[in-house]
Design a protein around this ligand. Structure first.
Ligand SMILES: Nc1ncnc2c1ncn2[C@@H]1O[C@H](COP(=O)(O)OP(=O)(O)OP(=O)(O)O)[C@@H](O)[C@H]1O
Ligand SMILES: N[C@@H](CCO)C(=O)O
Length: 293
């Protein structure tokens, strides 16, 4: 059985803990029944021995598998990861979503996407990464009565994602601690209006509104000051054809959206100016988690 799940970019500027979309970079795992437990790891994280011995995917998978079946069985897990760890591209959501989906699928137990989202909330209590990881596309999501409520829209092929991935990670936990405890009424109103406009822009495919609508007052500046080069990445992107350029999740990646025709020029300008960072262009993902039995 093969399960794949896309990377995600959350917040999209003003939509803190609310907006997110899926990018066509994926983590994939092949799981086979086996006499002994074994793990192979390729791609992102493969130089991290902790991911072989104490892997979040395997512990979530085992918990669900045991609760569902009351059986103890050994498996071989073959991971092929494209999502870098702690770079704001939803690596933890990818693990949570794929581990839960795998535990159900390997026993042939049907799991609706809505239930998968609600189960994933126990591990990541904001829905902006888990929703696009499950659904693909652009998503606006909230949690009410312990359930994820969301609306979702495919992202058309006229757009590309251009990502700048710094060589240093930022942990979500620490990055959340960098935020103020209280905000002024002006900042809150600013973010509500921009986040609403950004949602309307994605839903109505009004791409020229993205630059204005993606402005934020409540998290990016506090987080980016710990990696000040990111302000320069953002400025460079916006002056080289980016339609919007925002801190991806809790950082450290800077995520931009561009028309296909502008994306090559944008990628080139970012590569030239930030040769020590990884820069690349990719499609959006409109499918979300995928299971091949
Ligand atoms: N492929 C993986 N296999 C096992 N564990 C992983 C994997 N990827 C991420 N993790 C776990 O998730 C942690 C990273 O989570 P964190 O929330 O800091 O980053 P992120 O999810 O990439 O960022 P963001 O939530 O801002 O998008 C890692 O330290 C590790 O424990
Ligand atoms: N909304 C979350 C995304 C990262 O998990 C944050 O910005 O902390």
């Amino acid at each position: 059985m093969r399960v794949s799940v896309p990377a995600t970019s959350a917040n999209l500027g003003p939509g803190f803990d609310t907006l997110g979309l899926a990018i066509a970079m994926k983590n994939q795992v092949v799981i086979k029944p086996s006499k002994f437990h074994s793990v192979s790891l390729r791609g992102e994280g493969s130089n991290n021995p902790a991911l072989k011995d104490n892997n979040m995917f395997i512990s979530i998978f085992n918990d669900f598998y045991h609760n569902l079946t009351h059986k103890k069985r050994n498996f071989r897990f073959e991971f092929q990861n494209e999502v870098p760890l702690s770079r704001g591209l939803g690596s933890s959501s990818a693990v949570i979503v794929s581990a839960i989906a795998s535990a159900y699928a390997i026993e042939g137990i049907k799991l609706e996407k809505q239930k998968l989202l609600n189960l994933a909330l126990a591990y990541e209590n904001h829905p902006d990464n888990i929703t696009p990881a499950v659904m693909g596309g652009f998503n606006v999501a909230t949690v009410q009565d312990n359930e994820v409520r969301f609306l979702n829209k495919s992202i058309p092929k006229v757009l590309k994602a251009v990502v700048v991935i710094p060589n240093r990670p930022i942990s979500t936990q620490l990055s959340r601690k960098a935020l103020p405890y209280k905000y002024s009424k002006e900042d809150v109103i600013y973010n509500i209006s921009h986040s609403s406009l950004l949602t309307a822009a994605f839903m109505s495919e009004n791409w020229d509104m993205l630059k204005c609508a993606s402005q934020d007052m409540i998290h990016q500046k506090y987080r980016m000051k710990h990696m000040p080069e990111l302000f320069d990445v953002q400025k460079t992107a916006l002056s080289n054809g980016s339609l919007m350029s925002t801190l991806s999740g809790s950082g450290s990646t800077l995520f931009s959206v561009a028309y296909v025709d502008d994306s090559r020029k944008l990628e080139k300008a970012l590569k030239q100016k930030f040769p020590h960072f990884k820069v690349f262009t990719c499609d959006f993902d409109n499918v979300g988690v995928r299971i091949d039995l």
